[in-house]
Design a protein around this ligand. Structure first.
Ligand code: IMP
Ligand code: MG
Length: 180
């Protein structure tokens, strides 16, 4: 893609590898919740591509919802002070909830969301993340489903953005520091 060459983006994970891994995670979920319904909650906007591929690969009765949050403070790292911009459309009481997120960095955003969702009494509350930057974790989070462990680099594509750009790239790419 010309846009990508122009920005010097370096491919970290190719789309084919993402597709394969997402199918594997979906198989795991299908096994874990055999015969039950699952309710996927995507964290907007980054998780929307991952959620839509994952949902279509899960062989169970599946419903979806979305939540949007904003992190206070400087944009480079989340502060842990999180604000809900768009809440869920419906109750999750008694449901097998899987929170679907694009990337886990410090863990602060997800830590907050898990506290909020737990109070709403789901039957189960699991976490699926496409990318895990484990080296940068500040808040410990138990992850149930992980796509890929990645180094501590800023990445874009397959839903992930920098200033709302690059979400539509098929591959996950490293955005070199001088361009940020
Ligand atoms: P955390 O609260 O530090 O775990 O931040 C998680 C959120 O920060 C993610 O949902 C992303 O929106 C954003 N984020 C963290 N690392 C990256 C990255 O490398 N690329 C794009 N967004 C990122
Ligand atoms: Mg996000």
């Amino acid at each position: 893609m010309a846009e990508r060459r122009r920005k010097n983006l370096r491919t970290l994970i190719r789309h084919a590898a993402i597709e394969k891994r997402v199918r594997n995670v979906a198989r795991q979920i299908t096994r874990d919740f055999k015969g039950q319904r699952v309710h996927l909650i995507g964290v907007l906007k980054g998780a929307c591509f991952f959620l839509s591929d994952l949902a279509r690969a899960i062989d169970l009765e599946t419903s979806i919802d979305f939540i949007a949050v904003a992190s206070y403070g400087r944009s480079k790292e989340s502060s842990g002070q999180v604000r809900v911009l768009k809440d869920l459309d419906s109750s999750i009481a008694g449901l097998n909830v899987i929170l679907v997120e694009d990337i886990l960095d410090t863990g602060r955003t997800l830590g907050y969301l898990l506290r909020v969702l737990r109070q709403r009494r789901p039957k189960a509350l699991r976490v699926a993340v496409l990318l895990d930057k484990a080296a940068h974790r500040k808040t410990p989070i138990k992850l149930d489903y992980v796509g890929f462990m990645i180094p501590n680099e800023f990445v874009v594509g397959y839903g992930l953005d920098y200033a709302e750009r690059y979400r539509n790239l098929r591959d996950v790419c490293i955005l070199p520091a001088p361009l940020r």
